[in-house]
Design a protein around this ligand. Structure first.
Ligand SMILES: *Cc1c(COP(=O)(O)O)cnc(C)c1O
Length: 487
């Protein structure tokens, strides 16, 4: 049955605007004046409310369902953190911050300053800038800082080294900043192959980018040695901190030897990843890289008031409008202060426990390419199911019918038919058990009735979409046809 997106009926309305009492706002050139009415939708208020409420019910969300999307840390977003943002919602970014005594935004600047300091404390880096608007943006900031540092040493280096398990944003970042990428393979244990790494290193390497723990959900026990080797070649080491949820209060990357890192506030610190943003990827620097951080940075006068510091000459400059994605910063500060030191440690312990629980319960049903205890996520392969023609994608689609968001599939790229499950710390044992039961059901169906998996999902308004076409040819306003859907 056809679902018509267009619901407008001429003459219908939900609001009466008061008659304008503005004599004439401005003398606009005739070319800019509208010749025809704007053609806005004409609907009653109830129709609008129903339209958007029904659209929202077609969405998967952490608030409605289990969402074990590996690498993305889709944890529950505590409503108290939302509450904390509300008072800041009306603060205009152009409000003056000087002079301190009369400032309207001392509290807002204080949020950014305190959060930066807490992130430095948690990660062992010297300082943070909260400007970057996403993880990838933080990576770009970090690699730009490394490039600027090499320039300050009178050097122009050519390469950035990444392991082949790395997130696609790592090599993309290196290329964007103008480097050539050297890829190091993964050892059978799931870590970057140390011998291959040693052979790859040379005096033209500007940076080594390591995800810690890595995207196989494993913590590399040789990571300090990797930092030391890189440093011997005059290279700096970048920590992709998107997986920080696994090591809060356990490991401080700054103490291992990392020179620069980013963290994903919209993964680890109380804002779920997804929905296209907004996000925030603060970038942190070791003592050596401090002057290269983006500017302006927020500093404190001796009387405790805040101001925008004079940029250091070496700074890579401004990366975002105003203060970055400020709402996400407030949520992160609320999240960190609500949990405190012990709470953050517990977050990681519970996240790791949940992932290991899922891993050990599903191990008999799916291939586990790196069979060792994991950190916050576990990576299976559907290679066994593929013998019956069942792909990781079919299992993912089946999970949708059974009320679960699929795990990440086909990443990391080095695992054939990868199924990457990150349960996060906020899920109960009952939820994990229900998910595990459905994963086992899918494995059994792959043996007994693979056809059932090929047809999934059957319960959704739309079934299997051409996701590439949908992303490349976005069309959000035309009528569309949906098979079998009652409106
Ligand atoms: C999510 C992620 C990124 C990128 O973060 P975005 O905010 O999506 O740009 C980088 N590396 C890893 C390992 C990630 O999981």
């Amino acid at each position: 049955m056809e679902l018509i997106f267009e619901k407008s009926v001429p003459g219908r309305h939900g609001t009466l605007l008061p008659r304008s009492d503005v004599p004439r706002a401005a003398d606009l050139p005739a070319a800019f004046l509208r010749a025809e009415p704007a053609g806005l939708p004409e609907l009653s208020e109830l129709e609008v409310v129903r339209h958007f409420s029904n659209l929202s019910r077609r969405n998967f969300a952490v608030d409605t369902n289990f969402y074990p999307l590996g690498s993305c840390t889709m944890k529950y977003n505590a409503k108290a953190a939302e509450e904390a943002v509300r008072p800041f919602a009306g603060a205009h970014p152009l409000l003056p911050y000087l002079p301190a005594g009369e400032s309207f935004v001392q509290g807002s600047l204080g949020v950014i300053h305190q959060l930066s300091q807490l992130l430095a404390e948690i990660t062992g880096m010297a300082a943070f800038s909260c400007q970057p608007l996403a993880g990838a943006h933080g990576e770009m900031a970090g690699i730009m800082m490394i490039a600027a540092w090499h320039r300050s040493q009178g050097q122009q280096r050519r390469f950035v080294v990444v392991p082949d398990s790395s997130h696609g944003t790592n090599p993309a970042t290196a290329a964007l900043v103008g480097y050539e990428v050297l890829t190091v393979p993964t050892s059978p244990a799931g870590d970057m192959d140390l011998d291959a790494f040693r052979k790859t290193m040379n005096n033209e390497v500007a940076a080594v980018m390591m995800t810690c723990p890595n995207t196989l959900g494993l913590f590399n026990p040789q990571v300090a040695e990797i930092c030391a080797i890189a440093h011997r070649f005059g290279a700096l080491v970048y920590c992709d901190g998107a997986n920080l949820n696994a090591i809060l209060g356990k490991v401080r990357p700054g103490e291992i030897g990392f020179d620069v890192m980013h963290v994903n506030l919209h993964k680890t610190f109380g804002t779920p990843h997804g929905g296209g943003g907004p996000g925030s990827g603060p970038v942190g620097a070791s003592e050596k890289l401090l002057p290269f951080l983006p500017s302006p940075r927020i500093a404190q006068h001796t009387d405790g008031s805040y101001h925008l510091a004079e940029p250091a000459a070496e700074s890579i400059g401004r990366l975002a409008n105003f203060y970055g994605n400020f709402g996400i910063l407030v949520r992160a500060l609320a999240y960190i202060t609500m949990l405190g030191r012990d709470g953050l440690v517990e977050v990681s312990e519970q996240a790791v426990l949940n992932a290991n629980y899922v891993m050990s319960r599903l191990k008999g049903w799916y291939d586990l390419p790196f069979d060792t205890s994991c950190m916050h996520e576990c990576v299976f392969s559907a290679a066994r199911q593929l013998k019956q023609g069942v792909h990781a994608l079919d299992i993912a689609k089946y999970l949708i019918d059974r009320g679960f968001h699929p795990p990440t599939v086909y990443f990391p790229l080095i695992v054939k038919e990868a199924i990457m499950i990150e349960p996060t710390e906020t899920e109960s044992k009952e939820t994990l058990d229900a998910f595990i039961a459905v994963m086992i059901e899918a494995a059994e169906l792959a043996e007994t009735n693979p056809e059932a998996l090929f047809q999934a999902p059957r319960t959704m308004p739309v079934s299997r979409l051409d996701e590439t076409k949908a992303a490349r040819e976005i069309n959000v306003c035309c009528s569309w046809a949906i098979a079998g859907q009652e409106e």
